[in-house]
Design a protein around this ligand. Structure first.
Ligand code: MLC
Length: 501
């Protein structure tokens, strides 16, 4: 049997062909039939470029129905889809290209211009510019193609996507996601969150990450429900649409920002079935304030790019603040006895990082469990609570940020001897980035703005430190390792969060 995940999607698209799949904020509607048809035309277009089964397509595109159709066209053709954050600079893109050697790069027009110098150095790489409207030249060409009805025959371990995630060595690593990974997670989530064709999903997440692309889109696709499709998250827009929606998925920042909106109240939520949160820890404060305001208990779930979703609070049952619930069907979790790190095994777990498939010893235990790096406790009844991370990773507004990548760039700046980058609590984004700097002359010789300017030339803006602090020395332990824990503790109030959450 064909294990291409598109095969499963196609069955649902046919059943729900007359239902609205996506409604854009302009009011434009796309039925499931239209989306399926568009995916087939993208598949034909890729075929005409010689991009076939096993090829890699890397994209840096604005959120649009057409970028979703490109993703679906890739799945259908057995092409590996590599989505990238629209904030990435040429420097970052250059690394991803070198790492995965894509066969085609699809960029939004502004990114095509921005990466001009890089692209002229990579003449052998096929790259195209794709806008997000039906008036765009390329989109017109694609719409004119035939609808390719073939769904390429695949095995369950064939690769569907490579998702770049923060790496421990200072550079991102590409998590290899198979068709089985996608389908097992989508089917489980659709079931446990009881999606039906009568649902209406509010979608305001970016579509270059697991949360917005896989979790949200796949749940909707499998159920045949309608998606309100927002280019980005805006609380005032969301409030207007909540009245006509039943499910929302978001990062905790979505929920804290909704709470700051005067129009957000119980009345506008009266049609809502469930609010789902993930990608970063939801604070008890937001959970409880949200309950006070709306009488909805936000359903927190836990996952990561490498594993898709791992656990979820129950839809029917007690959702406890500060916990991330129970493992999904077929997913096993356990606590490492020594480190307390949560380990996971199941059909949702990826095989390895691109180019490092043979060197996964540190990431997997001998009996095949993936080491998440998150420290937690599993109750007697199987409920998981997370306490922190074993690594220094920062999560800001749901984006993972690796300090090492920033430190390496800062340390190259003239006048700076060394640096330590840490995440400190911040009420809007959960954590914000603080850089602690040591001057090589004993005094500060460079302005903060100048440092930011230098960094922003090669670093996505969400990774740039919000604040800089100068110190004489960095605290180190006997082994010479910088003591980030003590720095985090010392500066925990720097962004104005005073109470322990
Ligand atoms: C935007 N900025 C951020 C930021 N997002 N800075 C730090 N962290 C972030 N997350 C920058 C902007 O570029 C801008 O920079 C400035 O901060 C202010 O922007 P803003 O208008 O306040 O931000 P906004 O565009 O509203 O974005 C905030 C946000 C967005 C929370 C809505 O970040 C978002 O949609 N996050 C979702 C991330 C996500 O989907 N994660 C899923 C990962 S998957 P400047 O310089 O222009 O002022 C995963 C697995 C799992 O983790 O389990 O789900």
């Amino acid at each position: 049997m064909n294990k291409n995940f598109y095969h499963t999607l196609n069955e649902k698209f046919l059943i729900h062909k007359n239902q609205i799949c996506i409604e854009e904020i302009s009011g434009r509607q796309w039925s499931y039939q239209k989306i399926n048809d568009l995916a087939g035309r993208f598949s034909s277009f890729l075929d005409s470029l010689g991009i076939l089964k096993g090829s890699k397509v890397m994209v840096q595109l604005e959120k649009s129905v057409f970028s979703i159709a490109l993703y679906l066209g890739c799945l259908k053709s057995g092409i590996i889809y590599i989505p990238l954050n629209t904030a990435y600079t040429s420097n970052e893109i250059s690394y991803f290209i070198n790492n995965t050697k894509p066969d085609l790069l699809v960029l939004s027009p502004d990114k095509y211009t921005e990466h001009d110098a890089l692209l002229s150095n990579l003449k052998e790489l096929k790259s195209i510019s794709m806008g997000n409207s039906s008036e765009d030249n390329l989109i017109r060409q694609i719409i004119d193609k035939d609808n390719n009805l073939d769904i390429v025959d695949l095995k369950e371990d064939d690769i569907a996507s490579i998702i770049f995630t923060s790496g421990t060595t200072g550079r991102s690593k590409g998590a290899i996601i198979s068709h089985k990974n996608l389908s097992s997670n989508a089917i489980s989530l659709n079931k446990i969150w009881e999606f039906t064709y009568e649902d209406v999903l509010l979608h305001a997440l970016p579509i270059y990450h697991v949360h917005g692309l896989f979790v949200a889109m796949h749940c909707a696709f499998l159920s045949g429900c309608k998606i309100f499709f927002f280019e980005k998250f805006s609380p005032s827009e969301i409030v207007n649409y909540l009245k006509f929606s039943t499910v929302m998925m978001g990062v905790p920042t979505f929920y804290s920002r909704l709470l700051s909106n005067d129009q957000f109240n119980r009345e506008v939520c009266k049609n809502m079935r469930v609010f789902i949160s993930g990608s970063a820890p939801l604070t008890d404060k937001v959970f409880l304030e949200f309950y006070e305001r709306t009488k909805h208990r936000i359903l927190e779930r836990y996952g990561m790019s490498e594993t898709g979703m791992i656990t979820s609070n129950p839809l029917n049952g007690e959702r406890i603040e500060g916990t991330v619930g129970y493992p999904l069907p077929d997913v096993k979790i356990r606590e490492n006895k020594e480190s307390g790190i949560i380990e996971v095994k199941g059909p949702n777990v990826f095989k390895g990082y691109w180019g490092m498939e043979e060197k996964m010893k540190d990431e997997f235990t001998e009996d095949g469990f993936f080491t998440t790096g998150d420290i937690g406790k599993i109750d007697d009844d199987g409920r998981l609570t997370l306490f922190g991370r074993s690594s220094d990773m920062i999560i800001s507004g749901g984006y993972n940020i690796y300090p090492k990548e920033i430190e390496l760039l800062i340390d190259e700046i003239e006048g700076i001897k060394e640096s330590a980058v840490i995440g400190c609590p911040q009420s809007d984004l959960g954590e914000a980035v603080l850089a602690i700097l040591v001057s090589d002359k004993g005094i500060k010789t460079i302005q903060d703005d100048t440092i930011s300017e230098i960094l922003l030339k090669s670093l996505a803006n969400y990774k740039c430190p919000s604040k800089y602090i100068w110190m004489e020395d960095l605290p180190r332990n006997a082994m010479g390792k910088v003591q980030k824990k003590s720095l985090r503790n010392e500066h925990k109030h720097i962004f104005g969060v005073n109470n322990e959450q």
